[in-house]
Each structure stands twice: as structure tokens, then as C-alpha cells.
Write a protein that binds this ligand. Structure first.
Ligand SMILES: [Fe+2]
Length: 341
């Protein structure tokens, strides 16, 4: 063991013993930090298993795109790109993780890995829409849905990434005409809400259709909102998986990265690897209601109850240069950039 005891020790060594070493020890006892942006309590069971297996204490925060935790979880490709531009991530490219996460769902420069997938599907009111009537995003452009579509604001990153993917697949003109038709179908004086608000507006029959990330259905069930609202979502809502005969259902990632400059990079990488392990992926799907990025892990039973789908294989990195076009389209068609919640 190294001891600081001799009178001949240099000033530098004294500083190392008296100053640095105790601080390093104290830092080791601080919990590693990670955020979950849909309430920390939902990620907690996943993290508890990691702490049990690794002996590493972890604190889960509710931080949303603050990029200030040792391990950073971000909910959409667009925000991941912004964090990368801010220099918030350490490069963590690893051959073993590259082998687990397909290139289309990880940063091409190794700054982050997709860790879970979300699907932005369409939900419909079963009394107003027949099963199979909605097969594509394009179907929502049909004028027969005038006044029947509940929208979320255009500044929402889920909607921005959705339209960016349409530009990549079908070109600017096609995406613009789709956005105009869907905006028109929301009615002249459209009222906007978040995904959660739109779930209940459709469930109660106020609207026939809305776009929703399906994990919000699970959160509403987990939070006991069915009892509070006096109806079971499965009774009144259907989920339409889209473009199964074409490009596939639009998906996007929750990405995981390690904060630039963290003193806990080794422990942070252990957590990243755990989240991408078979066990971690299954726990994530059960507790935060998203789809595993690993093809060898099944989605949770609750997710499977909504049915299965073929995901779009578009490489998310291809979205990067299209967000200005997206914002221009939404502005030009009057798809509002804010919402009332
Ligand atoms: Fe979300």
C-alpha cells in the first residue's frame, strides 16, 4: 500500500495524498447518475437489477434532455443529434456494441447507441373506424377524415422525425402534400394536445384518429388512468400498424450515451452494456414499454398485446439534414408549433 509518511515527500506528492486521493474516494461513493424522461420510477426496476448485479449504486433522475447525468438517455434521433452537436457525449464506439445494435439505430460517429425503439402508430376509435381501414400514413390524408384527426404540435420532435422520414422515403413534395392534407383534416380551428391527451380524446370518441407512440398507452394503463377515466383503452381503441406493404412502420430510438467529461466512464459503460444485454433489454421493455433493439429479445407481453409489425429499416442518420425542410412544411400548412395540455 502507498503511504504518505516520509519527510522527503515532495510538495506534489503531498498534494496528491492530502488532496486528490480523498476526493477520488469520495467520488467513488457517489452514485452513478442516469435520467429517465418519462418519470424516474419507471426506469428504477431496471436500474435496481443493474445495481444488484454490479454493486454500483445508481441515482435515477427525471432530467429531460439536460444531458447532465453520467449516462444519458434521450428520446429521439433529433435530440440525440442536438446533444452530439453540443459535445455532450463521449465517443463510446465499441465493436461488441456495434455487433448488437444495427447501424440504422446508432450514431454513425459512435456517440450514442439506440437502446429501445418506439413506434409512432395510429390509434383509432373502434366505433368510427373499421379494423384495416387505416393501413398507411397516407390514409390519413383522405378528405373523408375531415374534422376527425387529433393532432400534436409541429414543434414536437416525434412529429418532426416522422415528417423527416417521409421526406427521405418519398421526397419533399410528397411529404408537403401529405402534411397539408392531414392538417386540413384536423379541421379549421384544430385543437392540439400531447400524445396522452389525444389517447383519451380518441378513446372517448371526440376524434376518430391520432398519431401516438404506443408506449403512452402502456403508461396510461400503468398509472391507473383507465380507472380514473372509467374506460378500458382496449375496449374503445385499436392500434393500426402502418405501411406494412411498403416501407414499414416508422420507428425511432431512445438513445444511450455517456456524458462528456464524466469521471465515471468505466461504470457508465457497464450500465450501457447492461441496458443492451438480453436481460437489460427485456427489463426495459417490461418497465418503460418500448421495443428492444435486439432481435433476440421479445417485446413485453403488454406490447405484444397490441400486435406485431414490420419496422421501417431507414437509417436514422439519414434524417439529419431534413429538419429545416420539415419545419418549413409544417409552418406553410398551418400545422401549429405549440399545443395546449
Ligand atoms: Fe415520449
Amino acid at each position: 500500500m502507498f503511504r504518505c509518511r516520509a519527510a522527503w515527500i515532495s510538495v506534489a506528492l503531498v498534494a496528491a495524498c492530502v488532496g486528490t486521493a480523498p476526493f477520488a474516494n469520495a467520488a467513488d461513493k457517489e452514485p452513478l447518475t442516469v435520467n429517465w424522461y418519462h418519470k424516474a420510477q419507471f426506469l428504477q426496476p431496471v436500474i435496481d437489477q443493474f445495481s444488484k448485479d454490479s454493486g454500483i449504486a445508481v441515482k435515477v433522475t427525471d432530467a429531460y434532455d439536460n444531458f447532465d447525468t453520467d449516462v444519458i438517455l434521450v428520446s429521439d434521433y433529433k435530440s440525440l443529434t442536438e446533444a452530439k452537436k453540443l459535445g455532450s457525449f463521449e465517443e463510446i464506439r465499441s465493436p461488441d456494441l456495434d455487433a448488437i445494435v444495427p447501424a440504422r439505430w446508432r450514431d454513425r460517429d459512435g456517440n450514442w447507441y439506440g437502446v429501445m425503439l418506439r413506434a409512432r402508430a395510429v390509434i383509432y376509435n373502434k366505433a368510427q373506424v373499421r379494423p384495416g381501414e387505416i393501413k398507411s400514413y397516407r390514409d390519413l390524408a383522405d378528405p373523408k377524415w375531415r374534422g376527425k384527426i387529433a393532432l400534436r404540435s409541429a414543434s414536437n420532435m416525434y412529429n418532426r422525425s416522422l415528417l423527416a422520414s417521409m421526406i427521405v422515403h418519398d421526397g419533399y413534395a410528397s411529404a408537403a402534400s401529405w402534411a397539408k392534407a392531414v392538417r386540413d383534416n384536423a379541421g379549421e380551428r384544430a385543437e392540439y394536445s400531447g400524445d396522452t391527451g389525444n389517447i383519451w380524446r380518441v378513446a372517448k370518441g371526440e376524434f376518430a384518429l391520432a398519431f401516438v407512440n404506443t408506449y403512452y398507452l402502456c403508461y396510461e394503463i400503468a398509472k391507473g388512468r383507465e380507472q380514473a377515466n372509467g374506460l378500458k383503452l382496449a375496449d374503445t381503441l385499436g392500434v393500426a400498424w402502418l405501411d406494412q406493404d411498403g416501407a414499414g412502420q416508422h420507428v425511432n430510438v431512445t438513445g444511450v450515451g455517456v456524458r462528456s467529461g464524466t469521471a465515471r466512464k468505466d461504470d457508465a459503460m457497464k450500465l450501457v452494456r447492461f441496458l443492451l444485454s438480453k436481460q437489460g433489454q427485456a427489463l426495459l421493455s417490461q418497465n418503460v414499454f418500448k421495443y428492444p433493439v435486439r432481435s433476440d429479445v421479445a417485446p413485453s407481453a403488454l406490447l405484444q398485446s397490441f400486435g406485431s409489425f414490420r419496422a421501417d429499416e431507414l437509417n436514422l442518420n439519414d434524417l439529419e439534414l431534413h429538419y429545416d425542410e420539415v419545419d418549413g412544411i409544417y409552418r406553410s400548412v398551418g400545422w401549429r408549433a405549440w399545443q395546449e395540455e
